[in-house]
Design a binder for this molecule. Structure first.
Ligand SMILES: NC(=O)N[C@@H](CC(=O)O)C(=O)O
Ligand SMILES: [Zn+2]
Ligand SMILES: [Zn+2]
Length: 453
């Protein structure tokens, strides 16, 4: 863990969870004071944030965002992203913690590799990095990885996933669910029945039939989720469903929760807004797993997120270098970036439409993912005096045009290229230290420490 900041900050006239304006003082890594504007005692030399900036709406203060599903690519694909570049992008997007998926090379399937990723995260210092452990050795789907050793390691792994691949063998899935109970872990499933998706390129439906690409049917996702919630119930364990994308999947989760099954689910920002119609241009930037679905599915996942059936939004930030995306659709890699656009997409689809409040956004992008990842001792905390100052300051009235080349991530495969999105992250604080100020990553914190403005 990075040491708490020695710089003191005062956030002027900011609105916690979108409520009435207050001043907030950050000192010694914690929230030191909160009070009506002008009433709190501000320590000498405090660095001011907010105040003149922002619009009539004022800046909204949220707990630092927590991503349960990020691909940082290191070790192995440093040409796409590194722990440093990916976590710097995360901070720019308002995150203070990310869970780093296990499909690296070598795979994050031993204590040694997860400890390496954890250490790289600490050295980078942008966000807390919590490595996800692989469920099976090399994501091979044949032999359980050393889940206990990863849980007991310095990385304290609690989330296990073969993401990118589905744990399709029901016996292995059952054993994994049983095993993680010993350390209060969770199995995060990439629900994709492999036989039903052989050669699949996009959602199976009207569009795939018209443009002649092999379809990936909704049932390939839904059949695995249905099986897994029943397995979780049978062994009394905890299941998390990655990037749920279909109306049927929402129904299954709703049913399972109604039955008392310990299941949580995530939706990605892209599945909240984009549809398979985008495949018509054959631009591989829209190629992703699970695929973009139909407008009916988009409506169902929004409804599921609004009514709590879906617990969280997770980015599934999946950076790929140009040569893996700028090619024919069928040979392009699956995946799209998301860390720097997630909050804006949630604002556009859920807040600006009146379906979620900012307090709900704090729940689905910070509190719930922290709880599922078992990091809520330090992340996803309430905004209150004495709590660790992991915070995000957003200007909801700002708009910006997305430009992949100008983003902080090392890859440019954003599906929102050229689109005008609402909201801008103005500042991010990790244990009271500014990682982002004036909308830009603070690269040399040492020059800022102790400085006033
Ligand atoms: N989502 C994707 O399309 N790709 C992810 C893997 C995954 O999340 O399944 C990747 O690692 O590139
Ligand atoms: Zn996946
Ligand atoms: Zn993923």
């Amino acid at each position: 863990m990075s040491t708490p900041s020695t710089t003191t900050y005062v956030l002027r006239g900011v609105r916690p969870y979108g409520t009435d304006p207050v001043d907030v003082v950050l000192a010694d890594g914690v929230v030191a004071a909160i009070g009506a504007p002008g009433t709190v005692e501000v320590p000498d030399g405090a660095h001011e944030v907010g105040g003149d900036s922002g619009s009539d709406e004022g800046l909204v203060l949220l707990p630092g965002l927590v991503d349960l599903h990020t691909h940082l690519r290191e070790p192995g694909r440093e040409d796409a992203e590194t722990v440093f570049s990916g976590t710097r992008a995360a901070a720019a997007g308002g995150f203070t913690a990310v869970h780093a998926m296990a499909n690296t090379t070598p795979t994050q399937d031993t204590a040694g590799v997860v400890e390496q990723v954890h250490r790289l995260g600490e050295q980078a210092g942008w966000v807390d990095v919590h490595p996800v452990g692989a469920v099976t050795v090399g994501l091979g789907g044949e032999k359980l990885a050393e889940l206990g050793a990863m849980a007991d390691s310095a990385a304290r792994v609690r989330v296990f996933s073969d993401d990118g691949k589905c744990v399709h063998d029901p016996v292995l899935m059952r054993r994994a669910l049983e095993y993680v109970k010993a350390f209060d872990g969770v199995v995060a499933q990439h629900a994709q029945e492999p036989r039903l998706t052989e050669g699949a390129q996009m959602n199976e439906g009207v569009v795939s039939a018209q443009i002649g690409l092999t379809g990936w049917p909704a049932v390939a996702e839904e059949s695995i989720i249905a099986r897994d919630v029943l397995l979780a119930e049978h062994v009394g364990s905890r299941l998390h469903v990655c990037h749920l994308s279909t109306a049927g999947s929402v129904e299954i989760i709703r049913w399972a929760k109604g039955r008392g099954i310990d299941v949580t689910a995530e939706v990605t920002p892209h599945h909240l807004v984009l549809t398979d119609e985008l495949a018509r241009e054959y631009d591989p930037v829209f190629k992703v797993n699970p695929p973009l679905r139909t407008a009916k599915d988009v409506e169902a996942v929004r409804e599921g997120l609004a009514d709590g059936t879906i617990d969280i939004v997770a980015t599934d930030h999946a950076p790929h270098p140009v040569e893996d995306k700028d090619c024919e659709w069928s040979s392009a890699a699956f995946g799209m970036t998301g860390l720097e656009t997630a909050l804006s997409v949630v604002q556009q689809t859920m807040v600006d439409t009146g379906r979620l409040t900012w307090a709900d956004v704090a729940r689905v992008l910070s509190e719930n993912p922290a709880r599922i990842g078992r990091i809520s001792a330090t992340q996803g905390r309430p905004i209150a005096v004495g709590e660790p100052a992991n915070l995000t300051l957003v200007d909801p009235a700002a708009t910006r045009a997305v430009d992949g080349a100008a983003q902080v991530t090392a890859s440019a495969n954003t599906p929102f290229q050229g689109m005008e999105l609402p909201g801008r992250v103005v500042a991010t604080f990790l244990r009271g230290r500014a990682t982002v100020l004036d909308g830009a990553p603070v690269d040399s914190t040492s020059t800022l420490e102790g400085a006033t403005r």
